[in-house]
Design a protein around this ligand. Sequence first.
Ligand SMILES: [Zn+2]
Length: 396
Amino acid sequence: MSTKYVIIIPDGAADQPLPELNGKTPLEVAKTPAMDWIAQHGQIGTARTVPQGFESGSDVATMSLLGYDPAVYHTGRAPLEAAAQNILLRASDWVFRCNLVTTRDGLMIDHSVGGISDVEARELLSDLAKSVQYPGAQFYPGVSYRNLLVYRGSDDFALKTFPPHEIPNQPLIDHLPAGVGSDQLLSIMRQSVRVFDNHPINTARRAAGKNEATQVWLWGQGHPPAIPSFLEKFGVAKGAMITGVDLLRGIAALLGWQSIESPGMTSFHDTDYAAQGITTCDAIDKFDIVVSHVEAPDEASHQADWKTKIASIEAIDEHVVAPVLKKLQGLPDWRLMVLPDHPTNIATRKHGYEPTLWAMTGSAIQPSGLSYSELDAKRGRAIEHGHDLMKLFLNG
Ligand SMILES: [Zn+2]
């Protein structure tokens, strides 16, 4: 039987010491016996998963921790999400993220239109598509406010764009797409203002006291990335991704992995942790490498909700890490790693740029005697190029 590899990602779990927690981090305060066992009986350290010059986010950080250098393979966030939707693309095509957003008085009020429903989003987008006169442009509805625009034409783009979640309550005028091709994008955005104004969907939302979708916001653009499969790059044959997030499903598809749904899975603390533990254990029987990703700690951090962040870390430890560890211990040859893709800091409500922490245990890994915390990780091995971590995990 071949070696079984499992990676568990508590998204955004790493943080900094907080005054509310008497100078400790959420990971230090959370009771995590399984993660501590892994650190103590294995190795712990840090890894820079967001290289200099990149924005901190799960697109860049997940690519790094899976062993792919973002400087070589990252072409934008939108193309990764297009892969999740199985949209067929040529190398010359462009993909843009096409958020539905709420703007007011020239300011970005809400990057998600209060989590607008798929049905509402589809109708708005379809009416916009009918009125946009730009040959080669095609809209693809996604989940809620997260839609895509694919451009299959001869125009070229060299653009600076801004993620709308990074500019809350800031003036639109300072953050509009700028550079080669921006005229076309601005024209679509202006057209959406006209189409959405007094649209029946918005009239109903206004009556219900909800944020209106006032326009689309284009960003995250890129060509489809040319990524060698995980088998080609690392020689490990069958991979599976368990996640509730399109972005990670997209990365999995590009790596040649299968995405697996776990029942009751959401991006928030109401997710079914126990079901994810069972789904992950089952996947170990069928796949050589399994990645199990939990979004909840990241979302709690964006809300500055440290109580929920701690609760979600404890739930991941008890319901995902512990059962997976127990299962692997009954197998002859295995390795397990637990690492947040990047820090998400309660204090700023944003993703951090510090190196994240990792811990791995299993066959032929020496015990460190340390515990699973940001502080202990600094006493272990520091990996400057996050994408080197995978080699260590597989062979080191
Ligand atoms: Zn986040």
